[in-house]
Ligand binder design. Structure first.
Ligand code: ASP
Length: 256
């Protein structure tokens, strides 16, 4: 849990990604963030939805899991918990970067600088999966959602089984992509079910992406970790940046 939270915090702090500061803006010109974390040994989870004043929603999601009686808190409810636990609330503009402000103005004035969310320079939802030496697994996912979304729109990311799943008996999965499509196939839990049937993580990741294209038109990306430590990475989005560490060796890649 510490590892996935730390990895996702790092990515939330990097304005390259659609998570934390640097996230895409909603139709009202605000950053609105969703995040979820899951403990594979207990199946405990914590999620926050539509928070607007927190730099690291993944840490707040973990607080929901450990410090509240609930699994999911939205908007002001989540931010009240943040305040109670000493998380500094920031004005929304603190999370907004120039690149996204310009993109929002372009869209508002009738010109979309991108030909769709997934055909642009690197950005995107962030996620992490990990397994420790006791073979416990965990997963975390954090996002600013989709560009120009209606305020209050919720994608797949903070929904358990969609944006992630983690179960020591099978492995851990984190997902990215077109949320309205990913949630139709409960993609992360579906991939975990394939792992349970004995599939290797890579095979399961590819089968998960196929679920999106077979009956649907969605594009997505998955990072998968099997309970034996097998790794799977697959995507139908135009690119997926990823990194993993096994026995101290770091491997990174941006796949197009
Ligand atoms: N899955 C995210 C959402 O729909 C977006 C993304 O992964 O790029 O909110």
């Amino acid at each position: 849990l510490q590892a996935v939270e730390a990895a996702v915090r790092h990515l939330e702090d990097d304005p390259t990604f659609d998570a934390g500061r640097g996230s895409v803006l909603n139709a009202a010109g605000e950053v609105e963030l969703d995040a979820i974390i899951m403990d594979g040994s207990t199946l405990d989870l914590g999620a926050v939805i539509a928070v607007k004043h927190v730099s690291n929603p993944i840490t707040l999601a973990r607080l929901v899991m450990t410090e509240s009686d609930h699994a999911i808190l939205v908007a002001q409810g989540a931010e009240t918990l943040a305040r109670e636990h000493g998380v500094v609330l920031k004005p929304n503009w603190h999370l907004v970067v120039d690149r996204e402000r310009e993109r929002w103005h372009a869209r508002r004035s009738g010109t979309n600088p991108d030909e769709g969310l997934f055909r642009d320079a690197p950005r995107g939802t962030v996620g992490a999966v990990a397994r420790d030496t006791d073979r416990h697994v965990a997963a975390a996912t954090s996002t600013g959602g989709t560009f120009y979304k209606e305020p209050g729109r919720v994608g797949d990311s903070p929904l358990v089984g969609c944006g992630l799943y983690a179960d020591d008996q099978v492995g851990a999965v984190s997902a990215t992509g077109e949320g309205e499509e990913l949630m139709k196939v409960v993609i992360s839990k579906s991939v975990c079910d394939l792992l349970r049937r004995g599939m290797h993580a890579q095979e399961a990741a590819e089968a998960g992406i196929a679920l999106l294209s077979r009956r649907l038109t969605g594009r997505g990306g998955l990072i998968v970790l099997g309970r034996r430590g097998d790794i799977g990475i697959a995507h139908s989005t135009s690119w997926l940046a990823h990194a993993h560490v096994v026995a101290g060796e770091i491997r990174t890649g941006v796949e197009a």
